[in-house]
Write a protein that binds this ligand. Sequence first.
Ligand SMILES: O=C[C@H](O)[C@H](O)COP(=O)(O)O
Ligand SMILES: C=C(OP(=O)(O)O)C(=O)O
Ligand SMILES: [Mn+2]
Length: 443
Amino acid sequence: MSISETNALETWRNLPALQQPDYADLDQLRQIIEVLRQRPGLVFATEIERLTKEIARAGSGDSFVLMGGDCAETFASTTEAQIRLKIQTMLQMGVVLSYGAALPVVKIGRIAGQYAKPRTNALETREGVSLPAYRGDAVNGIGFSASEREADPARLLEMYQHCSATLNLMRAFTKGGFADLNLVHTWNEGFTSNPAYARYESLAADIQRALRFMVASGAEIDGLKDVDFYASHEALLLEYESAMVRKDPLSGQLYNTSGHFLWIGERTRIPEGAHVELLSKVRNPIGVKLGPTGTAEDVLQLASKLNPANEPGKFTVITRMGADKIADVLPPVLERVKAEGIAVTWLTDPMHGNTIHTSSGIKTRHFDTVMREVEGFFVAHRQVGTVAGGLHIELTGDDVTEVLGGAFDLNELDLEERYESLVDPRLNHQQSLEMAFKVAELL
Ligand SMILES: O=C[C@H](O)[C@H](O)COP(=O)(O)O
Ligand SMILES: C=C(OP(=O)(O)O)C(=O)O
Ligand SMILES: [Mn+2]
């Protein structure tokens, strides 16, 4: 990029930037940012443009978006097994949703970049000692010591490497034959065998019968051998996100190559803030979270900054209002946005408005409450005549015990068994599949 193009990207620096790390060594930060600027982009313009078109289709009801993954990826979880199980879970959910609802499913991981977290409190206090809160592996360490909690710019480069390794595996899994629909029955391998998977097995058997029938009828089914799987994360760390912007040599347009889809969180989505400013400069499809205090006016202002041309697929709103509030808060927002003719693809995040703490202080959510928000989302859209475009959830492919309820009816004691998330509780593999079956019914 030329100097003037780089400067035009820097306007965010003059605006309020919330939730940024407090780096002690700014020289080191600048050096690392320079290195990142020289690194190859992680994702590519053609993939990003294809995703925008796919999200536009979801916005008009011709497909459905499934966006999911960890609340916070960690460097330690960049293992083949963990990445594979996460992708496998998403692929399985995609099959359940698309076969169940007869709709194509656009699969987008919260993956290969989801390493930075906004926090409610800047400090964490334990036994009278206060230290900076953990803000994700991209910023500092989870250990409760002053040195671990110090924001370290070198972690940005480390994150780039983890993203790159994750994307490499993701591309191999989804383009290298693993995602072949003919192998749909094998996707349960690696998960502990238990009766709750019977429903998936029987769906897989149906699909294979259908495929055999298609082959016998002479149909071309090569397209089933690989899938498009996209990467998304919250674009929180402005230094990193701006360092990953590249000019596409073919079109001359700017893309944030840190991920295909980027969203701005509930805490940082101020229309005149730095996050919106930076992301308004790139071609990527952009999402914003909208919590219970969000208004139609917020959506309209954000749309005019992030999608001034009103291009379908470019602007997504991810509502996370809480199961008890969605019925009151969402319909008026949908009415007004519809009346103004603004192109929005609407997703539901039924996790973040429904976080609770158990009596022993564990952060969790209940599967039934989460499902109630999903139902409220479908009801609101049906009522207003807008399109419920997809689902945004926190999940893992591992058999963790972080969310209450589900087919095994996990209780508060179970949460102590296998709680691994460093920030928010995730649906485990079986709860994720269960949700996919339930959402397929709603569709
Ligand atoms: O993932 C979302 C937020 O980072 C998270 O919910 C904030 O959690 P906190 O309230 O524990 O800071
Ligand atoms: C921080 C998150 O959500 P929100 O901005 O909606 O609170 C998240 O998705 O992890
Ligand atoms: Mn979260």
